[in-house]
Design a protein around this ligand. Structure first.
Ligand code: NAD
Length: 378
């Protein structure tokens, strides 16, 4: 069975989908691995590094695509690549399916089995392949590093002959995977951290990291069966803003990570809240790519509003591309290994498996994902 890894061509993207360590694992499983030349160069993996662990380097992109049984890549495929792929080929990548309707239709029409890694169920079994978690974790780390660089104060408390320096105050909004890592990173740097999430179940996790949970009574909030937050009503949003205004005003750094599955991110920090913050403070809007949590944030820019710096840089995991690639590649390797049948020495797409049911979007010439069909009314 041939697995092909395709080089990423998204502008500015330094992450790579497959690193030599994972190729080694796949070859040992029994797969034949072919890669595009230069696949790992942005993370300093040479073609020779891949060759040494058994990969073949194929410079003919067209034959690479049309001979592969499985294609691994980082981001969604290009529309023009789809006619080059073999019918029934399994394509595994980020797909952004809710915003890529034409692409999903084209994959279905071409008979490709497209797996969208964003749709993997958040279960214990799927954790080893969960790219959302591995990349969000790094994004949370990077958000604090960026904030520390932009802030003109230090994070830790310092007792010096020149006087005592107070620790920076950090407020994290949204405590999923990214938020938890942001809390941990800000604490490691010595910041005084507060956090809030609409899911009250995270309070214990916040406390266990040495941060304070900001309590705001929003009434019934709840979460989906996969643990995702539900959208708030306009009244609840207003209560949240009022409850958070004080924590924002006191903070030197605010990091927002709030997301709603399959929907635009909630707008939770407005201009009035920014106006209450100290000039020189920093906000990192980690949701800028899905619509933004912060009024006025701009994608890939650092803007200043009322003296507050608002960081809206996208692709935060891409700023630690080596580590991010290592984790993404390992997630992909675990996905393939999980469904590898030793007897037939082949990948087996088990259509009744919970992980496949959750993440397979197109198969056999049709859109097959129930959640996608429900949300998109397909
Ligand atoms: P996410 O990226 O979808 O959202 C980030 C956070 O924003 C969430 O904690 C969410 O509750 C919060 N949020 C949404 N609206 C908000 C608002 N208005 N104000 C403040 N916060 C708001 O979350 P995620 O990191 O992908 O995690 C989603 C769920 O999956 C969580 O329950 C997490 O514990 C769970 N999870 C489980 C596993 C596993 O068991 N394998 C792995 C990873 C995550």
């Amino acid at each position: 069975m041939k697995i092909a890894a395709i080089k990423e061509n998204h502008p500015g993207e330094l992450r790579v989908p497959l690193i030599p360590q994972t190729v080694d694992k796949l070859v040992k499983l029994g797969a034949k691995v072919e890669i595009e030349p230069g696949l790992g160069l942005s993370c300093r993996f040479t073609d020779d590094d891949y060759r040494k662990v058994g990969a073949q380097i194929n410079p003919a992109r067209e034959t690479l695509l049309n001979s592969a049984d499985i294609i691994l890549r980082l981001r969604k495929p290009l529309l023009e690549d789809i006619p080059l792929m073999k019918k029934d080929c399994i394509h595994i990548s980020y797909l952004d399916p809710f915003r890529e309707v034409d692409l999903v239709d084209a994959l279905a029409a071409a008979g490709i089995s497209a797996v969208s890694l964003e749709m993997l169920p958040r279960t214990t079994l799927a954790q080893k392949m969960d790219v959302l978690s591995s990349q969000a974790n790094l994004g949370g780390y990077v958000s604090v590093i960026l904030a520390a660089e932009q802030l003109d104060k230090v994070f830790p408390m310092m007792t010096t002959p020149a006087g005592t320096i107070k620790p920076a105050r950090v407020f994290i909004i949204g405590v999923g995977v990214a938020g938890l890592q942001a809390i941990a990173t800000a604490r490691r740097l010595g910041g005084r951290v507060e956090a809030f999430d609409t899911r009250p179940v995270v309070e214990e996790q916040v406390k266990s990291l040495g941060a304070k949970f900001v309590k705001i009574d929003l009434g019934e909030t709840g979460q989906t069966k996969d643990g995702y937050a539900k959208a708030l009503t306009p009244e609840q949003m207003q209560l949240q803003k009022e409850g958070m205004a004080k924590a924002c005003a006191q903070a030197d750094v605010v990091i927002t990570t709030a997301q709603l599955f399959g929907r635009p991110a909630p707008r939770i920090v407005d201009r009035a809240m920014i106006a209450q913050m100290q000039p020189g403070s920093v906000i990192v809007d980690m949701a800028v790519e899905t619509g933004g949590n912060v009024e006025g944030s701009e994608i890939d820019k650092i803007v200043e509003i009322d003296g507050v710096k608002i960081i809206g840089l996208g692709n935060l995991p891409g700023r630690v591309a080596q580590t991010a690639s290592q984790m993404y590649s390992s997630n992909l390797g675990n996905f393939v290994a999980h469904f590898w049948n030793k007897e037939s020495n082949a990948f087996c797409l088990k259509l009744d498996d919970e992980i496949v049911k959750g993440s397979l979007i197109t198969h056999g010439g049709a859109i097959v994902n129930e959640m996608y069909k429900n949300i998109m009314k397909k």
